[in-house]
Write a protein that binds this ligand. Structure first.
Ligand code: AMP
Ligand code: MG
Length: 269
C-alpha cells in the first residue's frame, strides 16, 4: 500500500478538485487499527522531536487550515500529545488587531515561525489572507491575488533557512459540519465553541471551496507541500496527520550533535 503521505499530497503544479475527494474516505484503514497506530506514531513522534531539539539546527512548521469545526483544535490535541511542551509552539491566528493590522500580513506569521530545534504548529495561518480575506472581500482582488506568489516566496525563503514546512487542509463535508455544530449546541461542555459567525460563514461554503482550491493549486510546492486530509472521521484525520508528520521527520535524517567535550577526559569527584 502506498504511504498516506503520497496518497494525500497535492502534487506541486497539479490540478486538484475537492469535489473528487471524499471527506469520509479512510484509505482502507479501520478504526481499531488506526487507534493503535496513532498511539505508536505519537511515541515515535516524541522520539523524533527529542532528536530535532537536540540537533537544534532545523525546525518543523506544521500549518493547519480548515473550515469551522474542521478539527484543527482536535488534531492538535490528539496528535501533538506526547511531545515535550518545551519543544512545541502552537500559534492560533485570529482576526488581526493592533500592531498586526499596522504591518504587512506576513509580519505576525514570520514572528511565530519556530526557532531551530522546535516544532511550530499554526492553527490557521497566513493562508487566511487568501481565504477569509478573499471570500469576504476584506481586501481587493488586486491585493489578495498577489499573495499566492508572495507566500510561495516567503515559504521558500524559510525552507532555504532550515524550516521544513508541511501544510494540512482538514477537509470535512457540509453535512459533517452541521453535525458538529449541532453537537456544540447540544453538549453543554461544547457550547462555548459555538459562535454565531460560524453559521454565517457556512453560507459561504462554495466560495471557501473555490478559495481552498486555488490555494492548493498555487501554493503546494516541493518546499512546502499541501496535504488534503479527509477529516469526517476524526480517527482517520489523526492517523493521517501523524503519519505524514512522522514521514517528514524521518526523512530529515536527524542526528544527535557531537558532544562538545572529549567525554573520556572528563573526571569529577
Ligand atoms: P477561531 O479559529 O475559531 O478562533 O476563529 C478565528 C477567526 O479569525 C476566524 O474566523 C478566521 O477567519 C479569522 N481570521 C484569522 N486570520 C485572519 C485574517 N488574516 N484576516 C481576517 N480574519 C482572520
Ligand atoms: Mg471558530
Amino acid at each position: 500500500m502506498k504511504h498516506l503521505a503520497h496518497e494525500l499530497i497535492v502534487s506541486p503544479g497539479g490540478k486538484v478538485k475537492l469535489a473528487d475527494i471524499d471527506p469520509a474516505d479512510t484509505h482502507g484503514a479501520t478504526k481499531a487499527r488506526a487507534d493503535l497506530k496513532l498511539k505508536k506514531n505519537c511515541e515515535r513522534l516524541s522520539v523524533l522531536q527529542y532528536l530535532l531539539y537536540a540537533e537544534a539546527k532545523r525546525a518543523l512548521l506544521v500549518v493547519l487550515q480548515g473550515i469551522d469545526a474542521g478539527g484543527k483544535d482536535g488534531t492538535i490535541k490528539h496528535v501533538m500529545t506526547g511531545m515535550n511542551p518545551q519543544g512545541v509552539d502552537v500559534t492560533a491566528f485570529k482576526v488581526p488587531e493592533g500592531a498586526e493590522k499596522r504591518h504587512d500580513y506576513l509580519w505576525r506569521v514570520h514572528k511565530a515561525v519556530p526557532e531551530s530545534g522546535k516544532i511550530g504548529i499554526f492553527n490557521r495561518s497566513h493562508y487566511e489572507d487568501v481565504l477569509v480575506v478573499r471570500v469576504h472581500g476584506l481586501a481587493p482582488k488586486s491585493v489578495w491575488s498577489k499573495r499566492y506568489d508572495q507566500i510561495n516566496d516567503f515559504e521558500r525563503m524559510l525552507a532555504e533557512n532550515d524550516v521544513r514546512i508541511i501544510k494540512f487542509l482538514l477537509y470535512i463535508s457540509k453535512d459533517e459540519q452541521a453535525k458538529r455544530f449541532r453537537e456544540r449546541l447540544d453538549d453543554k461542555s461544547k457550547n462555548w465553541k459555538f459562535s454565531q459567525s460560524d453559521v454565517k460563514e457556512r453560507e459561504y461554503w462554495d466560495q471557501y471551496i473555490e478559495a481552498y482550491q486555488e490555494m492548493l493549486r498555487k501554493c503546494s510546492t516541493s518546499d512546502a507541500p499541501w496535504y488534503v486530509i479527509p477529516a469526517n472521521k476524526k480517527w482517520f484525520r489523526n492517523l493521517a496527520v501523524s503519519e505524514i508528520m512522522l514521514h517528514t521527520l524521518e526523512s530529515m535524517d536527524l542526528k544527535f550533535p557531537k558532544p562538545t567535550a572529549d567525554l573520556k577526559e572528563i573526571t569529577f569527584e
